[in-house]
Design a protein around this ligand. Sequence first.
Ligand code: TRP
Ligand code: ZN
Length: 469
Amino acid sequence: MDTRTLSRLAVLASAALLVAGTGCTAETVQGRPGASGLRDAYFPKAGNGGYQVEHYGLDLGYDPADGVLRGRAVITARAEQGLSSFNLDFSGLKVERVAVQGAGARFNRTGTELTVRPADDLAAGEVFRTEVVYSGRPKPHKDPDGSTEGWIRLDGGAVAVGEPVGSMTWFPGNHHPSDKAAYDVVLIVPKGYEAVSNGRLRSRTDTGDGRTAFAWHSPEPVASYLVTAAVGTFRVTEGRTPSGVPLYSAVAPGEEAQSAPALGRLAEMTEWGAARFGPYPFSAGGAIVLPAGSLEYALETQTRPVFPGAPTEDLVLHELAHQWFGNSVSPASWKDMWLNEGFATYAEWLWAEDHGGPTAEQRFDAFLAGDTAVDPAADSDWDAFAPASPPGPEDISGNPVYHRGAMVLHRIRQEAGDAAFSALLRGWAAERRHGNASTADFTAYAEKQTGLDLRQVWDVWLYGKDSPR
Ligand code: TRP
Ligand code: ZN
C-alpha cells in the first residue's frame, strides 16, 4: 500500500472517529473552507485544497457558428478534510447552477476561483458529486510567456489545450497536475463536424435534432492540462499498434498528405517507446492535426496530442514520449517541468540514435560546442538558467528546460553506462506510473537505482546553469 492510500485511510478513520466520538451524524459535521490554491511556486492559485477529484463527467454542446459553449460538469471527488466550502478553478463562462449531492449549492466567483458552499458540510473521507451548469463564449487565456491556451475558437471549429492553466477556461475543476482523475467527455456538435477528445470513442450518436454526440472515455488518470477537445471537419483514420493499442487520428483537410510520413510511423514509434520506456501507459493513442497555423505550439494532450498543422517525425516522437514522461508520470509542480521536457527531448535523441541519426553523445557534444549542424538548437540559450529552477512562470518552457534537461539525462548515462541508464528510464516510468513526481523524487530514485553518487551531476547540470564547455 502506498503512503497516499495509507493517508487516505487515516483520513477515513479519523472521520469515523469524529462521527462516532461526538455521536453526530454525517449531516452535522462541522467543516472548514478548503484552500483556494495549492501554493504552486509558479501558479499559486492553480488547484484547490481539501479534496481530490476521482472523475470528471463533462457534457458539452458547442456550435462553431456562434462560438457558444454550453456545459454541464459532474465532478466526483473525495473530501480530504471536513469542508464547509471548497473552490473550483473556473474563469470566464457564466455559471448558471451548482449542486452538491443533488442539492442546490450557493456559489460565488472571484477571478478564477469559484467558491461552492454546499447546503450540508462534507465530512472528511466523504465522496461527493458536484454539478456545475454553465455557458458562454470561452475566452482563451494568455500564458505568462505570451502564448495562448484554453478553449480557442478556430475557423470552422475550436480546440482546447490546457498547459499550464488553460483548462479553467472551459470546465471547472481542480486544475493542478497533482490531482489527476478519470474522464468522460461528451461533445455535441452540429452534424457534419467531428468532435475529438482523449481516450476511446465509446459512441457516436445522432441526437435527432441535427447534432452528433461523441462520447470519449479516459479510464486512466489524466492531469487536467492534458484534456483536449477539438471540433472541426477532420478526416479520421483508425488503426492499431502491433501490440494492440487502438489508434484514432483526426487530421484537418489539406494536412493529410503532409502529415502522412510522420503519422504513418506512429504505431512503430509506440512500439519503440514501449521497448525503450516500458509498456505504453494508456488504452488508446492517436493524434489531432489542426489546420496549419491554428496554434503556436504542439501539446501532448493525453493519448492524442494536438499539432498545429502537419507535424515532423521528431515532433510526433516528442509528444508520444510525453505519454510516459509527463502524462503517466506527471510533474508534482510546475517547477518540475524538466521531468516532462528534458525526458521528451532525450527521447528524440534516442530515436535518432536508434534510427541512423547522430548518437546522443554526438548531440550532447554538439550542444557543448554550439554546433548547429547536428542540432539547430545547439547554440540556443540552453545554459540561460538551471533546468530545475526556471526563474519565473514565463520560463517553464524555456530552452534550458528542454535541452539542458536532456543533457542532465545524458550526464547520468555517461556515469551509469548504457544498460543501467536504460533500466533507469524504464524503472522510473514503472515506479511512478499514473502518478506524480518531483525533481527530488527523481534524483533520489536515480541514485538508488544506479547505486551511484550523482551529486556532481545534479549540482552542475540540474541546479547549476554554467556551461562546462
Ligand atoms: N508541452 C509542449 C511540448 O513540449 C509545449 C508547451 C505548450 C508548453 N504549451 C506549454 C510548455 C505551456 C509549457 C507551458 O510540445
Ligand atoms: Zn514537450
